[in-house]
Write a protein that binds this ligand. Structure first.
Ligand code: ITT
Length: 196
């Protein structure tokens, strides 16, 4: 029987990406699947703290083992902004508005270096484990592509010509920050249960 694993997220795109990566091993349940409609407060100062706030909320309120990711875009020329504020950089949780604000702040800047980062917190039998994934790239002058979410239309990974938003989910899942962190999580789970 296929096992279930709770992913503490309200973000449907994240659920879909991660669901594809765990396809053969686990059925992924997100917050709405377990009946949690709360937007868990992310009041930490780091990706680690925020990921842990989300996973521990589920453990405390639902008594279920769980993992959560906190992720974001770090732009060198903007002192690593938007970073942990990626989801609400403009003050609104609106991908289009946030992306436009980044482009506006980057106007005329020649250093376009950026990276996407994900930190996953997994809580299993009351113990917390972190897994990290990073992908380097650069910020385009203008958005392109209609796949993915968030800042995907302006992020081009190192060694590629296409933005994340021009890639299929399968392509993005080969290389993305979230996929790198998830592969570490999957390896960890497999080590514990070699039959997987
Ligand atoms: P949950 O907290 O419910 O998981 P969220 O969207 O609020 O969903 P985060 O707090 O981790 O997630 O914020 C991450 C933001 O960073 C996200 O809203 C995007 O704006 C951006 N981001 C993260 N990963 C991304 C990716 O793979 N592609 C594009 N943008 C991404």
């Amino acid at each position: 029987m296929i096992k279930e694993l709770v992913f503490a997220t309200n973000n449907k795109h994240k659920t879909e990406e991660v669901g594809k990566l765990l396809l053969n091993e686990y059925k992924v349940l997100n917050l709405s699947d377990i009946g949690c409609t709360v937007d868990i407060p992310e009041t930490g100062d780091t990706f680690e703290e925020n990921a842990f706030l989300k996973s521990s909320y589920v453990v405390e309120n639902y008594q279920l083992d769980c993992f959560a990711d906190d992720s974001g875009l770090e732009i060198e020329a903007l002192n690593n902004e938007p970073g942990i504020y990626s989801a609400r950089y403009s003050g609104q949780k609106d991908d289009q508005v946030n992306l436009k604000l980044v482009l506006q702040k980057m106007e005329g800047l020649s250093n376009r270096k950026a990276r996407f980062k994900t930190v996953i917190s997994l809580i299993q039998e009351k113990k917390n484990y972190f897994f990290e994934g990073v992908i380097n790239g650069y910020i385009r002058e203008n958005p392109i592509g209609d796949q993915g979410f968030g800042y995907d239309p302006i992020f081009v990974p190192e060694g590629y010509e296409q933005s994340f938003a021009q890639m299929s989910m399968e392509q993005k899942n080969q290389i993305s920050h979230r996929a790198i962190a998830m592969r570490k999580l999957i390896a960890f789970l497999k080590e514990q249960q070699p039959v997987l």
